[in-house]
Design a protein around this ligand. Structure first.
Ligand SMILES: Cc1ncc(COP(=O)(O)O)c(C=O)c1O
Length: 421
């Protein structure tokens, strides 16, 4: 079960030079550490991914060299900070291929992006209107809509999933009706790994006159996302799952929609003119960015995107597909292990239960072996209910993981069987 770092490297599958896992692991300082005396095998990337030194350095450089508030100062440091922060916005725009930089709103993360749309766009919903989500959503893409339904009198409709964890397209289409105002679906399920056919869902929703928000939290680190090709109205994601800092994320929205939406928070930066009689609001995207933002985080996110772009998301996706296929094959050979989520189109997430052993016990034993996974409901309780399990163990892969780490996971799982035999 003990695997030394040099062995991990020796077991690397052959890769083209452009995507050399052994080399790029060196970019992530944390991967060199040990946990409980074992080399860290970090497989909790769907919760948050580790950060390359370029991201850590970009944040540190901001604080050490040009820390200042942005947009308001005329002094040199403020101008440098503003330029760096706004350059990060340009990077995000290119990364998701948004038509205009004003369509990129910086927020705290996916959760805040969805709440922004619910609070602002949601004001146009009326009693009897419908919001359609899927049965595989993260709580962040359920609860804001429930709150909106309580406020507006709208109704929440849920498209079911099949036994493999795939959205039932027939049911999704059947649930789209004349009262459907908004569809909110995840691009990739965090609990199952299923990839939804988002472009198809958007086309169906638009044919019924509904706007579409896509929760891209689990997609942007693994798939090339083109918001114009998807034609979605809103796209939300978090920096910290994309090798960037915590506390920063993005809401993409089509400019015409954002323009027509009221602000959701009031404060500095989101205004043009304030008097006690009347306040007018700033242009996009600042209308939605009240108060001092996470400046270091935004700059760090820009650095994270540069890092991922340099590797190429296609190469990252191919590598992660290889890991998923390898892990899935190993799971099939493991007695007592049942996969939860076997969609034909899947991102690098392996969710499973072990017969007779609670997921938390599995997670604890894996941790002692240095293997970090997530055990629980993954903020997707309805998914657990759908599959009749209280919790699953989830191993989720990132660009720096290796087949040897998958072997370490299964070696530790063998230990679980010994302990509970
Ligand atoms: C699919 C999905 N949506 C939304 C979120 C919420 O992201 P955050 O906590 O960064 O706002 C997560 C986080 O795990 C997620 O996996």
């Amino acid at each position: 079960m003990k695997i030394a770092s040099n062995e991990l490297q020796a077991l690397q599958p052959a890769r083209p030079l452009a995507f050399d896992v052994g080399r790029l692991r060196g970019d992530f300082p944390i991967l060199a550490r040990r946990v409980h005396g074992q080399p860290l095998v970090y497989l909790d990337n769907a919760a948050t991914s580790q950060k390359p030194r370029a991201v850590v350095d970009a944040e540190a450089r901001y604080y050490a060299e040009y820390n200042a508030n942005i947009h308001r100062g005329l002094h040199c440091l403020s101008e440098e900070a503003t330029a760096a922060y706004e350059a990060a916005r340009d990077r995000v725009q290119r990364f998701v291929n948004a038509a205009r930089r004003e369509e990129i709103v910086f927020v705290r993360g996916t959760t805040e992006a969805i709440n922004l749309v619910a609070a602002s766009y949601g004001q146009r919903l009326r009693p009897g209107d419908e919001i359609l989500i899927s049965a595989m959503e993260h709580h962040s893409n359920i609860v804001p809509w429930q709150l909106l339904c309580e406020r507006s009198g709208a109704r929440l409709c849920v498209a079911p999933i099949d036994d493999a964890g795939q959205l039932r397209l027939d049911e999704f289409e059947r649930l789209l009706g004349p009262r459907t105002r908004l569809v909110a679906v995840t691009h990739v399920s965090n609990a199952l790994g299923s990839i939804n056919p988002v472009a198809e869902l958007v086309a169906l929703a638009h044919a019924h006159g509904a706007a579409v928000l896509v929760d891209g939290a689990q997609a942007v680190p693994h798939l090339k996302v083109d918001v114009q090709a998807l034609d979605c109205d809103f796209y939300a994601f978090s920096g910290h799952k994309l090798y960037g800092p915590t506390g920063v994320g993005v809401l993409y929205g089509k400019a015409a929609l954002l323009d027509a939406m009221p602000p959701w928070q009031g404060g500095g930066d989101m205004i043009r003119q304030v008097s006690f009689a009347r306040t007018t609001y700033n242009d996009l995207p600042y209308k939605f960015e009240a108060g001092t933002p996470n400046i270091a985080g935004g700059i760090g996110l820009g650095a994270a995107i540069d890092y991922v772009d340099a590797l190429g998301l296609d190469a990252v996706a191919a590598h992660e597909r290889d890991l998923l296929a390898y892990a899935t094959a190993r799971a099939a050979d493991t007695p007592g292990l049942r996969l939860i989520g076997t969609a034909a189109a899947k991102a690098g997430i392996l969710s499973f239960v072990v017969d007779g052993v609670h997921a938390h016990d599995v997670g604890t034993i894996l941790d002692r072996a240095g293997v970090a996974v997530r055990s629980g409901h993954h903020c997707a309780m309805p998914v657990m209910e759908r599959f009749g399990v209280p919790a699953t163990v989830r191993a989720s892969f990132a660009l720096y993981n290796t087949r040897a780490e998958v072997d370490a996971l299964f070696a530790a799982l063998a230990r679980v069987r010994e302990v509970f035999a």
